[in-house]
Design a protein around this ligand. Structure first.
Ligand SMILES: NC(=O)c1ccc[n+]([C@@H]2O[C@H](COP(=O)([O-])OP(=O)(O)OC[C@H]3O[C@@H](n4cnc5c(N)ncnc54)[C@H](O)[C@@H]3O)[C@@H](O)[C@H]2O)c1
Length: 365
């Protein structure tokens, strides 16, 4: 009997055809992974990172991350469906994501590219190899969007956004999906052309008023929801810029100084173990440097999603969300795109092997 094994290859264009840029879908997949994280139905080892120096070099010379994970869901099948969260995943996979900061300027190429492998759950043999850049950018936006849905004031109208590039776009889309009352976004980027293009494109996509701020401070002032998504190499945020009730998602690493965290009533992360393991997020540096105690970390967002952590307790609380990025988000979102592609004949089935042990006959010097 032939043991021919095929795997589905999905290019970026295939991922788009398979719904990879649909933020409503990504929000569901990302909330599913937060939910299963809260329930403990996942396995996610600390991610290995190749970097050519300390944490700060990730923003200068780059990094290569590998993010393996398993995500379950069988036990929570009914609850996932009740919550409209797509159903179980029950498989493992890995995202391999290199980042080279100079790519956009030097080569006109993306800073971050990625490949994701999804395994067949029965045999643990690769069943899908797909672009991971779209999944990665979409789920990072969605992680902030889901956090805002649970932690921001639900009548928030004004967003302040720093960083008008790839992540800035998905941050805005997801915040609007998570908090539909948002009406306006003030965007600031050191690259003014990028901000102008952002405002033009994103006002059409979101139906919001998107205006240029002349400084980060101007973008922050009076904002109900803030997102920092830059390649800043040193902090520029000041604690007195925040209004009461603000929700701030910091997905990049060096925007907010550790001292500014003292102003927050609650500080959430996606996974405190992962944040500590990577050692670059400001929430970890604030604890590591003794600026705040570890008890000031209010919890992982998944606990808020499943209801074991109260989340926001009053309209006035200032809340900071500082995700390091979880492999289970990538797996959940990649699984959504893969499932759609498989069911709709998108992508190319490649032969992985025709007879798995045939190569042994060819051993030679
Ligand atoms: N936490 C996560 O899960 C996660 C996931 C993906 C990406 N990220 C991080 O998000 C950040 C942004 O990613 P990207 O793909 O959009 O990067 P990018 O290189 O495409 O864009 C970065 C933007 O930041 C702007 N910028 C740099 N310094 C600035 C400053 N001081 N003030 C204002 N603007 C400034 C640049 O002009 C540029 O437009 C990176 O730090 C990346 O590592 C985090």
């Amino acid at each position: 009997m032939s043991k021919n094994w095929k795997l589905l290859y999905l290019s970026q264009e295939d991922c788009v055809r398979a719904g990879g840029t649909n933020m409503t879908g990504t929000m569901k997949a990302t909330e599913r992974s937060f939910f299963l994280h809260g329930k403990g139905d996942f396995i996610q080892p600390g991610k290995p990172v190749i970097r050519w120096g300390g944490p700060e070099t990730e923003e200068t010379t780059g990094r290569v991350m590998s993010m393996p994970s398993f995500l379950g869901g069988d036990k929570y099948h009914d609850e996932l469906l009740q919550r409209d969260l797509l159903g179980a995943v029950n498989t493992s996979g890995i995202k391999f994501i290199p980042s080279k900061p100079w790519n956009p300027k030097k080569f006109g190429l993306p800073r971050a590219t990625a490949l994701i492998i999804i395994l067949d759950p029965e045999t643990l043999i690769p069943k899908c190899v797909m672009d991971g850049a779209i999944v990665s950018a979409m789920r990072t936006g969605a992680a902030s969007g889901v956090a805002a849905k649970y932690l921001a004031n639900p009548d928030s109208e004004v967003m302040g956004l720093i960083g008008a590039s790839v992540q800035g776009k998905t941050q805005l889309m997801a915040m609007k999906a998570g908090v539909p009352s948002l009406k306006m976004c003030k965007v600031f980027d050191l690259n003014e052309t990028a901000s102008e293009q952002f405002a033009e494109d994103m006002s059409i996509k979101t139906g919001m008023e998107v205006i240029l701020a002349q400084s980060a401070e101007e973008a922050f002032k009076d904002a109900d929801i803030i997102s920092t998504a830059t390649m800043a190499r040193s902090p520029y945020v000041e604690a007195n810029w925040y209004k009461p009730g603000v929700f701030h998602a910091e997905i990049s690493f060096w925007d907010t100084p550790p001292e500014a965290l003292t102003i927050f009533d609650r500080i959430y992360v996606d996974d405190w173990y992962q944040v500590k393991h990577h050692g670059v997020d400001v929430s970890w540096r604030a604890v590591d440097q003794g600026v705040i105690s570890e008890e000031r970390i209010s919890g992982n967002l998944g606990e808020v999603v499943i209801g074991t952590n109260s989340g926001r307790n009053s309209k006035e609380e200032r809340i900071f969300f500082n995700p390091i990025g979880m492999g289970i988000h990538d797996l959940s979102e990649a699984h959504r795109v893969f499932t759609y592609a498989k069911n709709n004949n998108i992508g190319e089935w490649l032969t992985y092997f025709e007879e798995p042990d045939e190569w042994l006959k060819d051993l030679r010097f």
